[in-house]
Design a binder for this molecule. Structure first.
Ligand SMILES: NC(=O)c1ccc[n+]([C@@H]2O[C@H](COP(=O)([O-])OP(=O)(O)OC[C@H]3O[C@@H](n4cnc5c(N)ncnc54)[C@H](OP(=O)(O)O)[C@@H]3O)[C@@H](O)[C@H]2O)c1
Length: 266
């Protein structure tokens, strides 16, 4: 059963952001809303999504729809996209969902196969299903953008993180295959590799609910700490998603990697 909450009802071209939590997903949704898109935000927690939708709709004077999806379940994806596609033409799909991982590496022999399979299901199978839902409409119109979010684990294996690496490697392969197949048909497909830790926004568009988190970061900067090493502002990352979308089709990026300037170990 599809669950959908909306802040408005009229129709327009849609940016669908799959995997929206308090950091990057929300910033990308806010950016596309700011630029005039009707935005569909999707994740499992419909209550939290609805709060994000209300907040972005109010602050950006945009139409934002919150739709429940579980990217590890193909039926849930089909039902969610019935809702998304009923809103209008999906011109932009951002696939941002990932199975959360522990900050501490796990010995390979301790990784449960269910967790490994879930990570692959969310990172790669879910991305496959979501792309299949929107590509027909994009090809029919000869335009559209699909952006996949990757990380350092998309590029090289990391001890203790086989489930994350395998899922993200597969997503990168999917992105490359789709870019080569669909670029000639007018669909821009790109993979965004984020080499750092996504923090909370620093800029003026940070929402009230982010203020408490910002206090610690601002105190850190005011006491001479500067931005924390390896931290990245999700609003700054969201700008890159927007630039990728508006790139001229004579010069499309297929993969981009983003690094915080103060990172020493990469
Ligand atoms: N955080 C970092 O430091 C970091 C660093 C490099 C790259 N990245 C990449 O950036 C992307 C966003 O990361 P973020 O930390 O900023 O998270 P975020 O965008 O704030 O939220 C992502 C959301 O994905 C949703 N999700 C997880 N499993 C899902 C599922 N099965 N079906 C549907 N939605 C699901 C979760 O919401 P629900 O629980 O409501 O489903 C989660 O809040 C990820 O692809 C990640 O790999 C993050």
């Amino acid at each position: 059963m599809r669950s959908m909450a909306s802040s408005a009802s009229s129709r327009g071209n849609i940016a669908a952001i799959v995997g929206v939590g308090p950091k990057l997903g929300r910033s990308i949704a806010r950016k596309f809303a700011h630029e005039g898109y009707t935005v569909a935000i999707l994740a499992r927690d419909l209550g939290r999504l609805s709060r994000f939708a209300d907040e972005i709709a109010r602050e950006e004077k945009a139409q934002v729809f919150a739709i429940r999806i579980d990217c590890s379940d193909s039926r849930s994806i089909r039902e969610a996209f019935e809702g998304v596609l009923s809103l209008g033409f999906v011109e932009v799909l951002v696939y941002n969902a990932y199975q959360p991982i522990s900050w501490h590496p796990t010995n390979f022999t301790d990784i449960k196969v269910e967790h490994f399979e879930k990570s692959l299901a969310v990172s790669s199978v879910g991305a496959f299903h979501c792309a299949q839902q929107v590509l027909a409409g994009m090809v029919e119109r000869g335009r559209g953008t699909i952006l996949f979010t990757g990380c350092s684990a998309s590029l090289s294996g990391i001890a203790g993180y086989s489930e994350l690496c395998c899922g993200k490697f597969a997503m990168r392969a999917l992105s490359q295959c789709l870019a080569k197949e669909f670029q000639p048909l007018g669909v821009h497909v790109a993979h965004v590799i984020i080499h750092g830790i996504v923090g909370t926004p620093r800029g003026p568009i940070a929402s009230s609910s982010q203020q408490s988190l910002l206090v610690g970061e601002q105190q850190h900067q005011q006491t001479g700490g500067g931005a924390r090493e390896g931290w990245m502002d999700p609003d700054a990352l969201a700008q890159t998603y927007w630039y990728l979308h508006i790139q001229d089709r004579s010069a499309w990026t297929q993969e981009i990697d983003l690094h915080p300037s103060n990172q020493r170990y990469m």
